[in-house]
Design a protein around this ligand. Structure first.
Ligand code: ADP
Ligand code: MG
Length: 376
């Protein structure tokens, strides 16, 4: 694990022993196109961190810089307390970084069997030990029955399992995985994700995993770094990002939401589903109110006898594990809104059914309207 390179120790060196990976003020450009701007990211040993964000936001670039596949242009990369890249200076190549790499299209060596592929990364050990270890890893990933098979005889999912086994076999303290499950169909993906998570946790491998899928990130991650346009917008546990999002982009990235507008007054914004708290917004501030579909709590009511407008169901659809209700909400002030409510299980009231709507305030988020659509 100790590097033979005599890179200068930095002022961060001491604190860095707590970090498996630290990236500081990393900036990267392809020609004039700036792909990463001032990235700061730290990972503890054994931690699974997901880089999450839309296509083109810089996830792969960041991972490639950590891996050494991309030369560091600006900033600092520290792995296991060692400065591993110096802009304009020495560049530690990927194979000297003691990291395990697996990418979306990780090619296996076609002329080697599955077993030989996995043994490939273990060349420092005696042959019988390499064999033993490789077989253990294939066992872990449910591929031991294919040890003597050549890659072209495997399905895409099986090849990805072998690629993961090959990356994990040398037991690197740091794994760098770029969309490793993306070429798998849904059912197989769930299975391999689950296997991979358990293997990573069992061996305590710190992992930086790239994905554009928020559910995958929440499934895998101890912490998520949500990226946009070359920056980290918010970094925290899945629960922090989902329940305490720092801006509208973070809310919306985890799933479609109901969006309403209003003006803050006396610490609240009036909406067609009642007042919502706007603590911290000055009176007169235009506010954007984001309500997750599961925050709308729907109760069927008897049709009111008065002509007073009431909220009602427009249509209801079963989505499987939950039902989606299209609701026409009527506020006391006469304003109405078309809202989507998600209710667990089968709940399919008829069109026109009058309903009462209450809000779960923990899934309602209020931001100043001028934040909407602003670059992070
Ligand atoms: N080799 C390259 N040359 C030029 N531009 C690149 C190159 N690789 C990536 N880019 C650009 O940099 C940005 C970030 O790309 P990338 O890191 O692949 O994003 P992501 O993995 O989040 O989809 C994109 O705008 C992409 O087009
Ligand atoms: Mg990518």
């Amino acid at each position: 694990m100790t590097s033979q390179l005599n890179l200068p120790e930095t002022r961060h060196a001491k604190a860095d022993h707590a970090h498996l990976l630290a990236m500081r003020e990393v900036r990267h450009a392809y020609g004039k196109h700036v792909a990463l701007k001032n990235i700061n990211l730290e990972m503890a040993p054994g931690e699974v961190v997901c880089l999450l964000g839309p296509s083109g936001c810089g996830k792969t670039t960041l991972l490639r810089i950590a891996a050494g596949l991309e030369v560091l242009q600006q900033g600092e990369v520290v792995i296991n307390g060692r400065r591993i890249g110096v802009p304009g200076g020495r560049h530690v190549p990927p194979e000297k970084r003691n990291v395990g790499l697996a990418f979306q299209d990780s090619a296996l060596f076609p002329h080697l069997t599955v077993l030989e592929n996995v043994m490939f990364g273990l060349e420092a050990q005696p042959l019988h030990q390499r064999r033993q270890r490789a077989l253990e890893w294939l066992e872990q990933l449910g591929m031991v029955g294919y040890a003597k098979v050549y890659p072209h005889m495997l399905s895409g999912g099986q090849q990805q399992r072998v690629a993961l086994a090959r990356a994990l076999a040398p037991s690197p303290p740091l794994m760098l995985l770029d969309e490793p499950f993306s070429s798998l169909d849904a059912r197989l993906r769930d299975q391999i994700r689950d296997d991979t998570l358990h293997v990573l946790k069992k061996v305590g491998a710190g992992t930086l995993l790239v994905t554009h899928d928020p559910e995958e990130a929440m499934f895998m991650a101890d912490r998520i770094a949500l990226m946009r346009d070359g920056r980290i917008v918010q970094m925290g546990t899945p629960q922090e990002l989902y329940c305490n999002p720092s801006d509208p982009f973070v809310v919306i990235f985890f799933g479609s939401v109901n969006e309403l507008h209003g003006e803050a007054r006396g610490g609240v914004v009036q909406t067609p589903v009642g007042p919502v708290s706007a603590a911290g917004l000055a009176d007169g501030t235009q506010a954007q109110v984001l309500i997750r579909p599961e925050a709308l709590l729907i109760t069927e009511i008897d049709e009111p006898s008065s002509s007073h407008q009431y909220s009602h169901v427009i249509m209801a659809k079963l989505l499987g594990r939950s039902s989606l209700l299209h609701i026409c909400a009527h506020g006391k002030d006469g304003r109405e809104a078309h809202l989507h409510a998600r209710v667990p299980g089968v709940f399919l009231p008829a069109a026109g059914q009058p309903v009462e709507i209450r809000l779960d305030p923990s899934q309602v988020f209020v931001f100043p309207a001028d934040l909407a659509g602003a670059g992070a």
